[in-house]
Design a binder for this molecule. Structure first.
Ligand code: FEO
Ligand code: CA
Ligand code: CA
Length: 645
């Protein structure tokens, strides 16, 4: 979710509520960066000498074979020459068999609950049949993170202030446009098509019944008037990025859950310090609390504790009840990407997407058992949550968030593990975790076992609050940190270990213009990027980075970039796809054969002054009267073949 536009004085999703600087000396950061810089320069020189001018003319020392796209701002999108895009499914397209046709002038909650939701973020592809590895038939699973009220409804004007003008029916439409979609897809004749009456098609919304499990389930602070058990919740909201499990379920991450709540209790109630730490304020961004009392803190003071979790569900069973897995912690969850550690335990890497927040991982207590769904069903309820401390010497300590250990005692307000989990951020503060520059995707590279954290930006970091892993003040462009677990590169990677090493992979921004940038020295005028958000790895271990927040003032739109992570072309990004104005790029996800990459194009037209009536773009339909529509696109190579080769 991007920052609020100019109409809003305060960015309440990203309030930067962590007061704990843990600042280390800027000199240490500089020393560390310099060492890395010398190394990268050396690699680049060797690469150019070894590869020779022919390849260097095309792509420098990059292994990526596509001709680089040029930076540009446009109402439309663009992809590298030799590739083509197609729109797979858009906001309002039918998901369920009985869904009515999309009519942006007559939206109803009942229709929206059967149609594709708004603001697609995480997307995933689950082959059909299950376990088949198919690349032409599968389930597309998509998060619908939030709604741009001003772009959805006519007559409300521009800016996020439009959300406050929503009627009861409009608020209900917004609730139905949240959640997820599951859509069966087939590729026929080179075209990806949704299967209209797909038996597994499903909509999950902000009112779908869910179960709570794990140590915080049933805790007093999760109980409400409607649910005195503290175990049954309606809906999921602000589902940003996500991931999947080795046993084939979806993990969807509830990010900025704070923006839906409001009420005086935010500052006057018993949980005011806790709510302040999560950016829950008296004023809500949305109008929902006027029509749905569970979002009103003065009526339901515990409801915010029921959001901000990772939710698991089985996409292959449309009747499955989604489960909020409290063992994975309570924060503004971004991604949840897994690796299987050398001993068979499953490790889930996660970010808390806010300025000065932390990177976490969860390690299951028991190993994953292939081909035994019953053994894996509740694997995410037992295990250890860790938070990362990036030390200046290039080592990393994973600190356990376990009740009774270190400062996590009853005397400090943590009487049980549920207390630790509900107040995950405060527990991590006490342990001395490293405040990061907005952690978004944290994703292991399956080829090498190295783990990459997208740190999207942090304009609020001052020189007094620098640390070695976040070495730039006023970090408007973000960076990528590489975590190296023991055994990385050997085939027996110990993702469960409590230590690791780390490096800066790249510092984003325009080389030669923005201070502190760091890439492969052959990075071109088109290859530099800003605000890394999501990533994916292709079969060769190359990283595909999507961005959210590129500087329009510099003539750059958000997009998708690809870079080698090893070899001569390491940290040399190349621009592959450019998004329409106002949009961020999410996903990305390859089919198993690597011949299609799906992208979620989120909030096209989210520009200052843009509204339903006067949008900055009408992508992707470009029809009069049709607003911009968030959509999932598929990119393939003309004539077929692997993407990027
Ligand atoms: Fe929804 Fe963290 O971006
Ligand atoms: Ca984002
Ligand atoms: Ca994101």
């Amino acid at each position: 979710m991007p920052p609020l536009d100019e109409a809003e004085p305060v960015d309440i999703e990203d309030i930067g509520s962590n007061p704990n600087p843990h600042g280390t000396l800027a000199e240490i950061a500089e020393r560390r960066l310099s060492r890395r810089g010398v190394l990268m320069g050396a690699v680049a020189s060797a690469a150019l000498a070894a590869v020779g001018p022919t390849l260097a003319e095309v792509a420098g020392p990059s292994s990526l074979g596509f001709p680089e796209l040029a930076h540009r701002l446009s109402q439309g999108d663009a992809v590298a020459e030799g590739y083509e895009t197609q729109v797979v499914i858009r906001w309002g397209d039918p998901v369920l068999a009985d869904a009515p046709p999309f009519d942006p002038h007559a939206l109803t909650a009942a229709a929206q609950a059967q149609q594709f939701g708004y603001n697609n973020d995480y997307l995933d592809f689950f082959p059909l049949p299950r376990g088949s590895g198919a690349s032409d038939h599968g389930l597309l699973v998509v998060n619908h993170e939030y709604t741009n009220t001003n772009l959805i409804f006519a007559g409300l004007g521009a800016g996020r202030g439009a959300a406050q003008k929503a009627s009861a029916e409009q608020a209900a439409v917004e609730q139905a446009a949240h959640g997820l979609s599951v859509v069966e897809l087939r590729r026929q004749g080179g075209r990806w098509m949704p299967v209209r009456d797909g038996r597994l098609n499903r909509r999950i919304t902000a009112t779908t019944p869910m179960r709570v499990s794990g140590p915080a389930a049933g805790h007093d602070r999760l109980k409400t008037k409607a649910d005195p058990t503290g175990t049954q919740v309606l809906g999921t909201v602000n589902n940003c990025s996500g991931g999947n499990t080795p046993w084939g379920t979806v993990l969807t991450a509830e990010e900025n859950f704070n923006v839906y709540f409001g009420g005086a209790a935010a500052v006057a109630g018993a949980q005011r310090d806790h709510y302040r730490r999560y950016g829950i304020l008296p004023d809500s961004t949305y109008a929902w609390l006027r029509y749905d009392s569970r979002f009103d803190l003065d009526q339901e003071p515990n409801e915010p504790n029921r959001f901000g979790w990772v939710v698991e569900f089985d996409p292959y069973d449309p009747a499955s009840v989604p489960v909020k897995r409290t063992a994975l912690g309570h924060f503004k969850h971004e991604a949840c990407n897994h690796a299987i550690s050398a001993d068979g335990r499953v490790v889930i890497y996660m970010g808390d997407d806010e300025r000065f927040e932390y990177i976490y991982k969860f390690v299951t207590a028991r190993p994953f058992v292939p081909d035994d769904p019953a053994a894996n069903r509740d694997l995410l309820d037992e295990g250890t949550l860790y938070v990362a401390r990036f030390q200046d010497d290039g080592t990393l300590a994973w600190l356990p968030l376990v009740q009774g250990e270190g400062p996590l005692t009853a005397a400090n307000g943590f009487a049980t593990q549920a207390d630790v989990l509900i107040e995950t951020r405060r527990a991590a503060d006490l342990l001395g975790a490293t405040p990061m520059d907005r952690p978004e995707d944290v994703e292991p590279n399956p080829r090498t076992g190295r783990v990459y954290a997208m740190l999207t930006n942090n304009g609020s970091r001052t020189t007094e609050r620098l640390n070695a892993a976040n070495p730039r003040a006023a970090n408007d462009h973000g960076h990528v940190v590489e975590i190296i677990p023991p055994g990385a590169g050997t085939g027996r990677v110990d993702h469960a270990a409590t230590t690791a090493k780390w490096e800066i992979f790249l510092m984003a921004g325009k080389p030669g213009v923005d201070p502190g940038t760091r890439y492969h020295r052959a990075t071109s005028d088109q290859g530099w990027l800003s605000c890394p958000d999501n990533c994916a790895f292709d079969k060769h271990g190359r990283m595909w980075i999507s961005t959210d927040g590129a500087p329009a003032a510099a003539g750059v739109a958000d997009g998708l970039y690809a870079a080698d992570t090893a070899g001569y072309g390491r940290a040399l990004p190349r621009l592959f796809y450019q998004a329409p104005t106002g949009a961020e790029v999410c996903g990305p996800r390859f089919t198993p054969d690597g011949e299609t990459i799906f992208l979620a194009i989120q909030h096209p037209g989210e520009d200052p002054g843009s509204s339903f009536d006067r949008p900055s773009t009408r992508w992707p339909d470009f029809q009069d009267g049709m607003p911009p529509r968030p959509a999932v696109i598929a990119i393939t190579r003309k004539g077929g073949g692997e993407i990027g080769s």
